[in-house]
Write a protein that binds this ligand. Structure first.
Ligand SMILES: *Cc1c(COP(=O)(O)O)cnc(C)c1O
Length: 375
């Protein structure tokens, strides 16, 4: 029995960077500058530099990042926004919240992501934006989607909440970071994300100076000058304590991505001979930062495996058990989407195992042996 199994091990990760974190926290306490100020700016600059992206606007969480991004595009009620139906609720929720119409579409069975081919048939005269989600840590094949969007004059807002740090390779060999290729990119610093803080946080990325100005204004009550409000905005800020924590963790982000990737390779090896499981597909055009290690159970036994792992005290999770288009909250939009066979099938067959920066091979061997024993 291997002890200390967790979906993510934030405690173990903290133990290794404790001195750096405490010194940042003490420094913020000493300056008593808790909202905005130099530390938040320093983090935004460091992240912009890491991403090779011109503008990084920090905000309160990933859901706000998506909402603010869409608010910056001047869309009208009833405009259509294409999103995958196999994703976390936030992606489609903000669309409905802004009185836009989410068009929830199917995904590719191997990558779990949308493709240009899947998007194209859903483009209508009302389509104004596409929100591709780089699910589980692997980039969507974005180049064909960017071309499609350009042809139809549609905005692309990337949901990079699970993929920060992942590299996308264009057909000509150029590489770009997840979230920096569309008109706007969004991410979350929720503690369990690949770049997580110790509370809530998020950020918005863009290369467009005009959009950056607007996004900054919307995140700050619609003002660019204090007490002069140009547009209706929101209050969405990253606090300085979180910015300090993120400055420390950003310096480790690539090393964290490698640790997750290594753990995934150990898992692949353990499941190689198991005909009932499909291990995660690694697409050639992207690196994979393994936000989740998600298996497909091919023999219809996913729910039984779920119960078995609970009995065996193996942490695991199902992302996601219900397609968004089947959720009660999205009932008003259900008539707009067809039956989504791949999404339906994935919701019945996926299961995610522990993957984090502190895993060693013996943990992976133990978890895999319990999984393999089930079959
Ligand atoms: C976590 C997540 C979000 C939302 O981020 P929060 O910081 O929790 O608001 C949005 N989209 C996806 C795909 C996510 O995984």
């Amino acid at each position: 029995m291997v002890k200390n199994l967790h979906m993510v091990d934030l405690h173990g990760q903290y133990a290794k960077i404790q001195d750096e974190i405490l010194s940042e926290i003490h420094n913020t306490l000493d300056t008593a500058q808790f909202i905005n100020g130099p530390k938040v700016e320093r983090f935004a600059d460091a992240l912009a530099n890491y991403l090779s992206c011109d503008y990084v606007i920090p905000c309160a969480n990933g859901t706000d990042a998506l909402q603010i991004a869409l608010m910056a595009l001047d869309l009208q009620p009833g405009d259509e926004v294409i999103v995958p139906s196999f994703t976390y609720v936030a992606t489609a929720e903000v669309i409905a919240l802004l009185q836009l119409t989410p068009i929830m579409i199917d995904v590719d069975p191997d990558t779990f992501n949308v493709t240009a081919e899947l998007i194209e048939p859903h483009i209508t005269s009302k389509t104004k934006a596409i929100v591709p989600v780089h699910l589980f840590g692997q980039n969507v094949d974005l180049e064909p989607i960017l071309e499609l969007a350009r042809r139809h004059n549609i905005w692309v807002v990337e949901d990079a909440a699970q993929s920060i740090g992942a590299d996308y390779t264009f057909r000509d060999g150029r590489k770009m970071k997840s979230g920096t290729m569309g008109h706007i990119g969004c991410t979350s610093f929720f503690p369990s994300k690949n770049l997580g803080c110790y509370g809530d946080g998020g950020a918005i990325f863009t290369r467009d100076a005009e959009l950056a100005k607007k996004i900054k204004m919307i995140a700050n009550h619609g003002q660019s000058q204090r007490y002069y409000h140009e547009v209706i905005g929101v209050n969405s800020r990253l606090d300085a304590l979180q910015a300090g924590i993120l400055l420390v963790k950003l310096a480790h982000l690539d090393e964290y991505g490698h640790a997750r990737y290594q753990a995934a390779q150990w898992y692949h090896h353990q499941f190689e001979g198991n005909p009932h499981l499909s291990t995660p597909f690694e697409a050639p055009y992207t690196s994979h930062v393994y936000h989740q290690y998600t298996l497909k159970v091919n023999n219809g036994q996913r729910d039984a495996l779920d119960r078995y792992l609970t009995e065996q005290h193996i942490p695991h999770s199902i992302y996601y058990p219900v397609p968004l288009y089947q959720q009660n909250a999205f009932a008003p939009f259900r008539g707009l989407v067809d039956f989504l066979p791949v999404t339906d099938q994935l919701c019945k067959s996926v299961i995610s195992l522990p993957i984090h920066t502190e895993m060693d091979e013996s943990m992976v061997q133990y978890i895999s042996s319990v999984v393999n024993n089930f079959f």
